[in-house]
Design a protein around this ligand. Sequence first.
Ligand SMILES: NC(=O)c1ccc[n+]([C@@H]2O[C@H](COP(=O)([O-])OP(=O)(O)OC[C@H]3O[C@@H](n4cnc5c(N)ncnc54)[C@H](O)[C@@H]3O)[C@@H](O)[C@H]2O)c1
Length: 442
Amino acid sequence: MVLVRHHYQLSGSSILSTAIAIIGTGYVGLTTGACLAHLGHKVVCADIDPEKIAKLQSGVIPIIELGLTELVNEGMSAGRLSFVVGSVEAAKSCDIAFLCVPTPQGEDGSADLSYVQQAAEEIAAVLPFEAIVVNKSTVPVGSTKVVERALKRPDVKVVSNPEFLREGSAVQDFLKPDRVVVGSDDQAAAMKVASLYDGLSTRVIITDPASAETIKYAANAFLATKLSFVNAVAAICEGVGADINDVVVGMGSDKRIGENFLRPGPGWGGSCFPKDSRALIKIAEDANYSFDLLKGVITVNDQQFERVVQKVVQAVGGETTEKTIAVWGLTFKAGTDDLRDSPSIEIIKRLLALGSKVQAFDPTVTNSKPGVPEQLNLSLSPIEVTVGADVLLVLTEWDDFKWISPTTIATTMNGKQIVDARNLLNRKDWEQVGFTYQGIGR
Ligand SMILES: NC(=O)c1ccc[n+]([C@@H]2O[C@H](COP(=O)([O-])OP(=O)(O)OC[C@H]3O[C@@H](n4cnc5c(N)ncnc54)[C@H](O)[C@@H]3O)[C@@H](O)[C@H]2O)c1
């Protein structure tokens, strides 16, 4: 049964304050904790990383996310938000514990539930009587039962409440969601979790755990499909002399299609789509269905990385060895500092493997950090990075890149080649000062 409820209360007017423990204070956990505190709940965020917690306790936010610093400060000053090391400390006096721990890709493509199981085992003994545990991590169908088994606490109900926020606009997405999904076999527990969001005006969909878990994977897989689809159409545009920018406006104006998520690019990535699409293929396999459509979506994405690499190869006349490529953008999208499964990193690795020298600038990556290839030279300015380069390759759609003067870059670079994998720059402006411009699908 799917029950749809609408709430029309003002933000911040939550009726009942609930004691909440957040287990895992990363992109999802920190946003969830800060936003629930904003809605009036009393929140304790826990993490196993003492460095992260020390930073948060002193008001330093370890990730880049618009509006998050303000919300964390607000919650801490109001005494509604605090940070502790270890899940036990947070869970021992909560009404509801949210599991926001990683679910990375396992060896066979399925989601690795070991962090979820571990967190549930840790808090099992200290959870107050009749507390509720919420799976906010993205977990495959059946994970509610996995958590129940790890908890071994018949009085504790487990509820699925998948998260749909996007990095870069996480706070906005949490406070103005398109919907809230709650999955449980226990109506009272589902209602209690749904009531946490009473301060938001949104649609709350209450369903069974399997449907809630499927909604999350299906939504991500569909978005990935849209992106692969538009990248495939972009490839056709290049072959037939059409302009993908006009094609997507024409397609997206159809309300059945919509303009969102129809922008061509270097391929999709990030911490969710790659692992979640592979996990859904595995879920389908276990349900005796071969999800060929989604397999194709992943193949098209891999081809897109290669198409960008080949544009660079073409720009340097076929010989990449010892050629210098300047890259603008390392994160998987603008507005975040997250490098996990970034298409930019994948494309850079392929260029390095072809013998190119690659130097890169990203406004959020000033020092080498996990995921950055060792041979990659990092630069501190978008202009400095272009010095002596044969090709400028735009891989992340940071707005600032749009306003850099082509005339300046014409004096710093060795060659006059641009590969704009985001169709971000104004083509005419660059061509006017002598650059050869290759975009995507144009
Ligand atoms: N990042 C996103 O955009 C996004 C969006 C929707 C859903 N999700 C899902 O949410 C989940 C979390 O993702 P994330 O991006 O926030 O991950 P993350 O890696 O940023 O954060 C996870 C945190 O959990 C901590 N942790 C691990 N085990 C712990 C334990 N036993 N006790 C306390 N803390 C522990 C880690 O130290 C880390 O800080 C994943 O399942 C992901 O698929 C992510």
